[in-house]
Design a binder for this molecule. Structure first.
Ligand code: 3PG
Ligand code: MG
Length: 402
């Protein structure tokens, strides 16, 4: 059951309601909102340019932050409209109201190829409630619906899912298509060896993903603070490292599952440990100090150690498919970034299909300037995890079948 693609729509002169994920990181500087990473906006350009070239009248719907159903200009999308205008070299109209007479009037004046951005859909509580009347009011502003908001596809909201019931056709955009191709298509029957690199702070965040991938992966390479929950579960010293003390049984269950399935589940053989979390800290490798692979009393593990880096790089070099989610150390601080960086370099250099599963791991790969050397970097955080887990994403389920 394939979903309808925007490529198959004839959109000339049509009002296309395009849902995107423009939920980008920003900072306030000199009283102005500055976008610090516009990747999600740039990744939506292929669909937008396609629609413009085909002569559609594009009405963009997006959310920004979590204004909790009330108008709050801290979360206005107006700066995004300006930025988008610069990116496409064409004025993007802005409607300060999401539904009703204001957008209706502006849309009535639009010509083929024009683009308009509606204010933050989350200024209405009905958006997250997926209220049918609100979905219908949004739908009445256009003729067809195109969903390119992969990053928000795990939300069953009015503009991501509910709206589809009120339009004749609901198609996926080009970014949505690419995300599904890599995170679903490539991973359904991955070329082997299939190596999964998992990091981040909590085992509990990744439990669904680990269990789902246990059915497919040949090898897991574990890093980040979650490694120390596995240490603790096996009685290996963890010092002051972050551990999920209430997830030890779960960790043991995962280790037993890997063993019973013949999946290799590799934990760090050494770590970097520190007594100070700062940009000037000088961590030491646990293999050198303290002998065993555990973390020293009074010290905190903040990165995988050099022997682990070497081990993981060898595994990555022989992989045919690599999926990575979650950094392997506190990469935001230079003294603790080496493990994540070295592994990122190995992934970039490998001949495998390399998929970076969104969130912090994509931020890391970008910080190291390696994003272009990966087969695919997802724009989704929670959405990519849920998709890999095998969950149905409401924003995808709602689309028309072909
Ligand atoms: C995100 O950035 O995670 C998506 O845009 C969805 O936003 P949300 O987590 O606030 O629903
Ligand atoms: Mg989120």
């Amino acid at each position: 059951m394939a979903k309808l693609s925007v490529r198959s729509l004839s959109v000339k002169g049509q009002r296309v309601l395009l849902r995107v994920d423009f939920n980008v990181p920003t900072e306030e500087k000199d009283g102005r909102t500055r976008i610090t990473d516009d990747t999600r906006i740039r990744e939506s350009l292929p669909t937008l340019k396609h629609l413009i070239a085909e002569g559609a009248r594009v009405v963009i719907m997006a959310h920004f932050g979590r204004p909790k159903g009330a108008v709050n200009l801290k979360y206005t999308l107006r700066p995004v409209a300006e930025h988008l205008s610069t990116l496409i070299g064409k004025t993007v109209l802005f409607s300060s109201e999401v539904i009703g007479e204001v957008p209706r009037g502006l849309i009535a004046e639009m010509q083929d190829g024009d683009v308009l951005l509606l204010e933050n859909v989350r200024f209405h509580a009905e958006e997250e409630a997926n209220e049918a009347g609100f979905a219908a009011a949004l739908a009445s502003l256009g003729d067809v619906f195109v969903n390119d908001a992969f990053g928000a596809a795990h939300r069953a909201h009015a503009s991501t899912a509910g709206i589809a019931a009120h339009v004749g056709k609901a198609a996926m955009g080009l970014l949505m298509e690419k995300e599904l191709q890599y995170l679903q298509g490539e991973l359904s029957e991955p070329a082997r060896p299939f190596v999964v690199i998992l990091g981040g702070s909590k085992v509990s965040d990744k439990i669904g993903v680990i269990k789902a991938l246990m059915e497919k992966a040949n090898t897991f390479l574990i890093g980040g603070a979650m490694a120390y929950t596995f240490f603790k579960a096996q009685g290996i010293p963890t010092g002051n490292s972050r551990v999920e003390a209430d997830k030890l049984d779960l960790a043991r269950e995962i280790l037993a599952l890997a063993e019973s399935k013949g999946v290799r589940f590799l934990l760090p053989v050494d770590n970097l440990e520190t007594q100070e979390i700062s940009a000037t800290a000088q961590p030491r490798a646990t293999g050198v100090h303290g002998g065993a692979k555990g973390v020293s009393e009074g010290w905190e593990a903040v990165d995988i150690g050099p022997e682990t880096v070497a081990l993981y790089r060898t595994e990555i070099a022989s992989a045919k498919t690599v999926l990575w989610n979650g950094p392997l150390g506190i990469f935001e601080l230079p003294p603790f970034a080496a493990g994540t960086r070295s592994v990122a370099e190995a992934v970039a250099a490998s001949g495998a299909v390399t998929i970076i599963g969104g969130g912090d791991s994509v931020t890391a790969v970008k910080q190291f300037g390696l994003a272009d050397r990966m087969s695919f970097c997802s724009t989704g955080g929670g959405a990519s995890l849920e998709l890999i887990e095998g969950k149905v994403l409401p924003g995808v389920a709602a689309l028309s079948e072909v």
